[in-house]
Design a protein around this ligand. Structure first.
Ligand code: F6R
Length: 617
């Protein structure tokens, strides 16, 4: 995930920007750059696109002391739009040279804005979406706006979640930061000699332990010893700083009470990272450079088996459903502890895809070993590159969600789902099941995924009362069908792990075959029922529960008034392409479990009896 660090003070900003970027380096990056305003008031920018060596190379390049200035911005980039190279690295300057900006997020309407700017005579130097911001801000500043007004104006033109930092030669003492939605946070702090801004609290600790977190829809100006906060209308906001305990763990949590809430909130960012370098939004294409299978091998696959444990198995189930529906290859997900012992019939035409965030889960590794012995081509979808699983698999698809500290998986699931969706599209296109137009339409839909998930995250208000209610039950039933079934399973798993409430995930069509015997006032049912082909069937299932005196909470598509007539509680999620619906319904499932755990006084970060990495069977 991209990182930001900015400084306005009295010392030479250059080495401080490099140090600041080093402290956000753990987020991952492939490019790095800084802009400073030099003594003559000119913005000077140095950047590198040398993958992992970028930051060190940048430090060496500016280490000769030639460049100096007391105000500047720095950025570590993880490419989403355009190659990893120097031109595409941030910061980007406006063509009139008056401003320089760095940006986190995806600008969904960047092509439209780029066309408009090109028509007005502006020449683009990079392939990034972010460069449009530099020109929009630069134009307003040149026509007399303050940097703050110009950044707000530019942000109002773009679609998508965004964090921006900017400097202007016209106001050489300040840095402006802005946050809209969830594209990574911005935190600011000051001491008598400086004010600093970063994506992570940890980068501010050398300066201060008193920090202010920007909320979505806020803009900040920092200047030596001063912080000024505003809303997007330009009205001043008063906020007392929070004192951050001086330890790494508290600093990593930022303004979140738990790692889990932080990791849930990071999901728009995690999705974006998982698409980085894979989805070309301008060309409307998806490619997975990591896939080592030849086109001929892909065409010869006659079955796909996805395997994993717990939440990763649910990602695998989602993967099976999209691979089968998009690529039309028979696909199924199976628990690794079962797969490893049942001597499955698999061979060179069976593609085995293991899903494991840690890459160390004992049963998953054993199932993978079995597939290797059977001669099946094998992929692993994982967070921790270099782990044992990546050594067994033929190729690795990193999910790049960033380190997950909460024991219960959240952002690694959504990033695995994003990766598997892209794999399904690549398999489908290579096999000729879908053409370039269909891929382009998938790209257009998934471009909106980070902001749709960010909108769904705003549901927390609706969730709290429902969580209080569910916390009163000892038994919960979670129902889903089709691609919603893994989400129902995941909802139940999260509730068990975090709130210690007995919860069963069930295919809704299976109810009459036994589970109906349990229905009644003592068991509440959570139903995942977005509007799709199976929606009406879900309505009938809700009625079945109601007819037996059960209480129902439904997760439904925004605008669906019908469902309110049958369910007791409705949580609405944004309308979207059917392929993306599981991403939408997953969010309330996570939030519900988290909130219910809090209502019952549990520690959501460290559920009892559970470990983050399960290295024994
Ligand atoms: C649930 C959870 C676990 C893991 C499972 C597999 O919240 O975190 O169910 O998903 O232990 O772990 P990995 O993905 O590391 O193989």
């Amino acid at each position: 995930m991209c990182g930001i660090f900015a400084y306005a003070g009295s010392e030479n900003a250059v080495p401080l920007l490099i140090e600041g970027l080093r402290s956000v380096e753990y987020r991952g990056y492939d490019s790095a750059g800084i802009s400073v305003i030099d003594a003559s008031g000119v913005i000077q920018t140095v950047k590198r696109g040398d993958h992992k060596a970028s930051l060190e190379n940048l430090a060496v390049t500016v280490g000769d002391g030639q460049l100096s200035g007391v105000v500047g911005i720095g950025h570590t980039r993880w490419a989403t739009h355009g190659q990893v190279n120097q031109q595409n690295s941030h910061p980007h300057s406006s063509s009139n040279g008056v401003v320089s900006i760095a940006h986190n997020g995806i600008i969904e309407n960047f092509l439209e804005l780029k066309d408009e700017l090109v028509d007005s005579g502006i020449e683009f130097l990079s392939e990034t979406d972010s460069e449009v911001l530099a020109h929009l801000v630069g134009k307003s500043v040149a026509s007399g706006s303050s940097l703050r007004e110009a950044v707000i104006g530019a942000a109002s033109r773009i679609k998508g979640n965004t964090a921006i930092v900017a400097v202007s030669a016209a106001e050489p003492n300040i840095v402006v930061g802005l946050r809209v939605g969830n594209a990574g946070g911005i935190v600011v702090g000051k001491n008598a000699d400086a004010a600093v801004m970063a994506s992570d609290t940890i980068a501010l600790l050398p300066y201060t332990t008193e920090v202010i977190y920007l909320e979505p829809g806020e803009v900040v100006e920092i200047e030596k010893g001063a912080i000024r906060l505003f809303d997007l209308e330009g009205l001043s906001i008063e906020r007392e700083p929070i004192i951050t305990a001086q330890n790494f763990e508290a600093a990593q949590k930022g303004n979140h009470p738990h790692f889990m809430s932080k990791e849930i909130a990071e999901q728009p960012d995690a999705i974006q990272s998982a698409m980085r370098g894979r989805v070309d939004f301008a060309a409307g294409t998806i490619s997975l450079p990591e896939v080592t299978l030849t086109s001929e091998q892909i065409r010869s696959i006659d079955r796909v088996i996805l395997t994993g444990m717990g939440t990763s198995l649910h990602a695998g189930m989602f993967g099976a459903s999209v691979i089968e529906s998009l690529a039309r290859i028979p696909a199924a997900a199976e628990n690794s502890s079962e797969l490893r012992y049942r001597n499955p019939v698999i061979g060179p035409k069976t593609l085995v895809i293991a899903v494991t965030q840690s890459g160390e889960t004992a049963d998953t590794l054993a199932a993978m070993e079995h597939a290797r012995r059977a001669g099946s081509p094998q992929a692993v979808v994982l967070e921790l590159e270099g782990s044992q699983a990546s050594r067994i698999a033929d190729f690795t698809l990193p999910i790049r969600a960033g380190q997950e500290i909460g024991v219960a998986s959240t952002k690694t699931l959504i990033a695995s789902m994003t990766t598997l969706l892209q794999l399904a599209a690549v398999l489908a296109e290579t096999r000729g099941v879908i053409g370039t137009t269909a891929v382009r339409s998938i790209v257009e839909s998934i471009a909106e995924l980070p902001s749709l998930v960010a909108t769904a995250l705003g549901l927390i208000g609706q969730i709290t009362a429902l969580a209080e209610r569910l916390s009163k039950f000892d038994d919960l039933l979670y129902l889903g069908r089709g691609a919603q079934l893994p989400i129902a399973f995941e909802g139940a798993l999260k509730m068990k792990e975090l709130a210690y409430i007995h919860a069963e995930g069930y295919p809704a069509g299976e109810m009459k075959h036994g589970v109906n015997a349990l229905l009644g006032p003592n068991m509440a049912t959570v139903v995942s029922a977005p509007q799709n082909d199976l929606y009406e069937k879900m309505l009938s299932n809700i009625s079945e529960v109601k007819a037996r005196g059960g209480e129902v909470a439904a997760i439904a598509t925004e605008g669906d008034v019908m469902i309110e007539r049958v369910a007791d509680h409705v949580i609405y999620v944004p309308k979207c392409h059917e392929l993306l619906q599981p991403f939408m319904t997953l969010i309330p499932m996570q939030l519900l479990a988290y909130r219910t755990a809090l209502a019952l006084g549990r520690d959501p970060d460290k559920p009892r009896n559970l470990a983050k990495t399960v290295t024994v069977e």
